[in-house]
Design a protein around this ligand. Structure first.
Ligand code: PLP
Length: 392
C-alpha cells in the first residue's frame, strides 16, 4: 500500500510532547516544533488495524508475552539487519531507557564508570547519574564535516577511569552516524580486553539510509554478543513511543536471569497489551511503510540541505547516515551556546534541541527533527532562513 507522508495531521491538543509542551519546554509556545524525536506521521495501517481489533475485543486482562512477539522480532531483524536474536534472549522493558537503567542496575555497581561518546542523546546522562553510576565521556572526533569514534581516547579512559559499561548509541543520535563494522569491531575488542559491558541502544537501527546498512553490535561475534545487551523497539520507525514497548536482548544467560529477577522485583515484568500488539503487527507487516518512510525522509533531507545551502549557508548540515534527526553546525553564526538557543527559540521561532544539551562538544550545534511532512519542514526552514538573513 502507498503511504501519504505529506498529509498534515494536526497534533495539537493530543497530549503531544512535541506540539503541546513546546511553550513549557522552550518558553515560546509559537516556536515551530522540530525537536523531540517522534515523527508527525500516522503509524502503518496494519498496526492501526491490530490496535483497533485489540480494543474492539474489549478485555484488557494481564498479558503473557508468548512466542509470537519474539518470532516476529527475530524475523524482522533477520530480514532487515541480517541477524536474529535467539527467541530465548528477548526480555522486555517499558521503553529503551527503562531497559538501559535496569541493565546498569543489574550488571554494574554504584560508582562504576559508564562511558558515553559525546555529543550523545542527552537522557543517557541522567540514566547514569540519577542511578548512582559515574559518567565518563569520550568525545567523538569531528573533522571535515564527519564524526568518527576516537578509539585511542576511549581506550585511555576505559583503562584509567574504572569503566565497567559503555552505552553505545548505534546509529548515533544526534550526529547520525551508522557505525561501520570496522569501528564497532575495534570498539568491541577494547571492551572485551578491559571487561567493559556494552549496552547497545539500537533504537534507530531501521532508519539507516540505503545503501548503507545497520550492523548489529551483537552480530559481529559470539563473544561480542555475550558481552552485550541490545535494545530495540518499534517506537522510532513506526512512531509508537507512547505505547512504551521495547525488546531487551541479553544473550548471556546469567545476565538475562539477573535482569529478569530485577524486572520481577520492580513489578515490571509485563508488557503493555497495546504496545505488544502494535510491535508485533509492525514487525510482521511494516516493510512497505519503512521502505517508503526512508525514501520520504531522504527527500526531506535533500530538501533541507538545498534550502539551507541557498538561504542560510551559515548553517551547515552534518550529513546523517541514519535517523530523521539532523545535526546542524551553526558555529558560523558566531553565537555562544546560550545566545544560539535563544536566537532559535525567540528570533527564528523554531523549537530545535540545542546542541549543548548533548554535551559540551555540542555547543554551537542544533538538532533538527525532519520526521514531518515536507510542508511542515519548509515552514520551519523558512523561519530559520529569515532570522539568519536578519543577522547579516
Ligand atoms: C538513542 C535513543 N535511545 C532511546 C530513546 C528513547 O527510547 P524510549 O522512549 O523507548 O525510552 C531515544 C529517543 O529519542 C533515542 O534517540
Amino acid at each position: 500500500m502507498k503511504y501519504d507522508f505529506d498529509e498534515i495531521i494536526d497534533r495539537r491538543n493530543t497530549d503531544s510532547a512535541k506540539w503541546d509542551a513546546v511553550g513549557l519546554r522552550f518558553g515560546n509556545e509559537n516556536a515551530w516544533p522540530m525537536w523531540v524525536a517522534d515523527t508527525d506521521f500516522r503509524s502503518p495501517r496494519p498496526v492501526l488495524e491490530a490496535l483497533e481489533a485489540r480494543v474492539r475485543h474489549g478485555v484488557f486482562g494481564y498479558t503473557y508475552s508468548g512466542p509470537a512477539y519474539n518470532q516476529s522480532l527475530a524475523a524482522w531483524m533477520r530480514e532487515r539487519h541480517g541477524w536474529a536474536p535467539d527467541e530465548t534472549w528477548v526480555s522486555l522493558a517499558p521503553g529503551v531507557l527503562a531497559g538501559l537503567v535496569m541493565c546498569l542496575e543489574a550488571f554494574t555497581e554504584p560508582g562504576d564508570g559508564v562511558l558515553l561518546q559525546t555529543p550523545v542523546y542527552y537522557p543517557f546522562f541522567s540514566v547514569i547519574r540519577d542511578n548512582g553510576r559515574r559518567m565518563v565521556k569520550s568525545d567523538l572526533g569531528f573533522a571535515a564535516g564527519r564524526y568518527e569514534m576516537d578509539l585511542g581516547d576511549l581506550e585511555d579512559r576505559v583503562r584509567s577511569e574504572n569503566v565497567k559499561a559503555l552505552i553505545l548509541c548505534s546509529p548515533h543520535n544526534p550526529i547520525g552516524r551508522a557505525w561501520s563494522r570496522e569501528e564497532l569491531t575495534r570498539l568491541g575488542e577494547i571492551c572485551l580486553e578491559y571487561g567493559v559491558f556494552v549496552l547497545s541502544d539500537e533504537i534507530h537501527s531501521d532508519l539507516v539510509y540505503p545503501p548503507l546498512r545497520h550492523v548489529p553490535f551483537a552480530s559481529i561475534s559470539d563473544e561480542f554478543a555475550q558481552n552485550s545487551m541490545t535494545a530495540v523497539s518499534t517506537s522510532k520507525t513506526f512512531n509508537l513511543p507512547a505505547l512504551q514497548d521495547a525488546a531487551i536482548i541479553i544473550p548471556d544467560p546469567e545476565r538475562r536471569r539477573k535482569y529478569e529477577d530485577l524486572l520481577k522485583a520492580r513489578k515490571m515484568a509485563m508488557r503493555n497489551v497495546l504496545g505488544m500488539a502494535a510491535s508485533e503487527a509492525a514487525w510482521r507487516h511494516g516493510r512497505d511503510y519503512l521502505d517508503q518512510l526512508l525514501e520520504y525522509l531522504k527527500g526531506n533531507l535533500e530538501f533541507a540541505k538545498a534550502f539551507l545551502a541557498e538561504r542560510a549557508p551559515e548553517i551547515r548540515v552534518v550529513e546523517p547516515e541514519a535517523t530523521y534527526l539532523v545535526w546542524l553546525d551553526c558555529r558560523a553564526l558566531d553565537l555562544d551556546h546560550r545566545a544560539l538557543s535563544d536566537f532559535m527559540t525567540h528570533q527564528a521561532e523554531v523549537a530545535l534541541d540545542p546542541g549543548h544539551w548533548f554535551g559540551e562538544p555540542g555547543r554551537g550545534f542544533m538538532r533538527m527533527n525532519i520526521g514531518c511532512p515536507r510542508s511542515t519542514l519548509a515552514r520551519g526552514l523558512e523561519r530559520l532562513a529569515k532570522a539568519v538573513a536578519g543577522r547579516r
